[in-house]
Design a binder for this molecule. Structure first.
Ligand code: SF4
Ligand code: SF4
Length: 347
């Protein structure tokens, strides 16, 4: 059983209020859980894709940064590059995007090197992976503040602390390993030829030959965006090598996420703060505006990534949105990442 500290918010609280609550929860967590703090603690977060409007704005983290500064703890904004092209593909572009989104108060560090090549292998010895490939610039820290925006995700079902620890900490090779096996196909019978999937695919893997849309698996990186956006459910994640993956709607993908999260958290003293606000069905990687699917809930903090995700998931379900992918929480518990049982302490 783990403790999860929680402060509810009114809808649309604004970054200033979130900043105040983030700091308050961090103070409470440090005091109540008797945490020792390292001399350097980076903030692992998401800078938001260009065109996305619901990612957490940089001011959200001001209170947490104030707290670290007062304690003379060195910090930085840190992230890893993504698999697909675009403005988060490598260090140079990703840094420029972060700065243009206003992440200027701390240095911006892209933790997997200039092109996503800087990685270390962490042994996990689990079902899908014997070892996982983690960004070297994150693996070297004993303690990281893992700051998550709780919301939906096209393949994972939802994204919170486990998603940050897995896809967010993985090197480019690690991200490929997690996506491997997610190779979608377009079912011609259901396709209404709208072309949305082709527009959304960031690696130009979808062709249109005389109205027949087809995915080139030699280019596809398994990001799941076409699966998520198709209005006719004409994209199936069935593949010859991934039949069970398809059958269980991404279950294996989520298990791989969990195994990566185990590698990122192994032997570490990470601190988790999740903001359950601006809750959309899709994630902050999606380069377009998205409506919120439920009202804002609040801010959560814990030392247990499974407990905090479970608490956010439960609160979202109570507010009217049962996100897919809750199976990852049971698997995470089975792998020893944390506990699905928690005590919610409202502060
Ligand atoms: S988004 Fe769906 S319906 Fe539209 S072209 Fe792609 S597969 Fe066909
Ligand atoms: S999963 Fe779909 S959108 Fe993603 S790379 Fe493959 S074809 Fe493109």
């Amino acid at each position: 059983m783990s403790n999860v500290y929680f402060i509810p918010v009114a809808h649309d609280p604004g970054s200033e209020e979130l900043s105040r609550l983030g700091r308050k929860l961090l103070e409470i967590l440090v005091e109540k859980e008797n945490l020792s703090l390292e001399e350097e603690i980076p903030l692992k977060l998401h800078f938001g894709e260009r065109g996305n409007f619901t990612f957490l704005k940089p001011e959200t983290y001001d209170g947490i940064i104030d707290f670290l500064e007062e304690k003379k703890i060195k910090s930085a904004f840190t992230e890893t590059s993504v698999l697909y092209g675009g403005e988060r593909f490598n260090r140079e572009k990703h840094t420029a995007l972060a700065l243009s989104h206003g992440f200027k108060r701390l240095p911006v560090v892209i933790a997997d090197g200039a092109k996503g090549e800087d990685a270390v292998q962490v042994p996990v010895d689990l079902k899908h992976f014997k070892s996982v490939s983690i960004a070297a610039g994150l693996a070297k820290f004993e303690q990281i503040l893992v700051l998550s925006h709780f919301k939906g995700h096209m393949l994972a079902g939802f994204g919170g602390a486990i998603k940050q620890l897995s896809m967010g900490f993985g090197s480019k090779g690690g991200k490929m390993a997690m996506h491997l096996g997610v190779k979608p196909r377009i079912m011609g019978l259901f396709c209404k030829k709208c072309g949305l999937c082709q527009k959304r695919c960031q690696v130009q893997a979808i062709s249109n030959t005389n109205g027949k849309f087809k995915i080139d698996h030699s280019k596809c990186i398994g990001c799941g965006a076409c699966f998520s956006i198709c209005p006719r459910h004409a994209v199936s994640i069935f593949s010859i090598g991934g039949f069970w993956n398809a059958l269980f709607k991404g279950k294996f993908f989520r298990e791989k996420l969990v195994e990566y999260a185990c590698g990122s958290a192994k032997g570490k003293k990470h601190i988790y703060i999740s903001f359950a606000v601006n809750i959309t069905r899709g994630c902050d990687c999606e380069p377009h505006p998205m409506p919120r699917c439920i009202k804002d809930i609040g801010v959560f903090a814990s030392t247990d990534p499974v407990a905090i995700d479970q608490a956010c998931w439960d609160a979202a379900a109570k507010a009217g949105k049962k996100f897919r992918g809750a199976d990852q929480l049971q698997y995470a518990e089975k792998c020893g990442l944390g506990s699905t049982k928690y005590t919610l302490i409202e502060c």
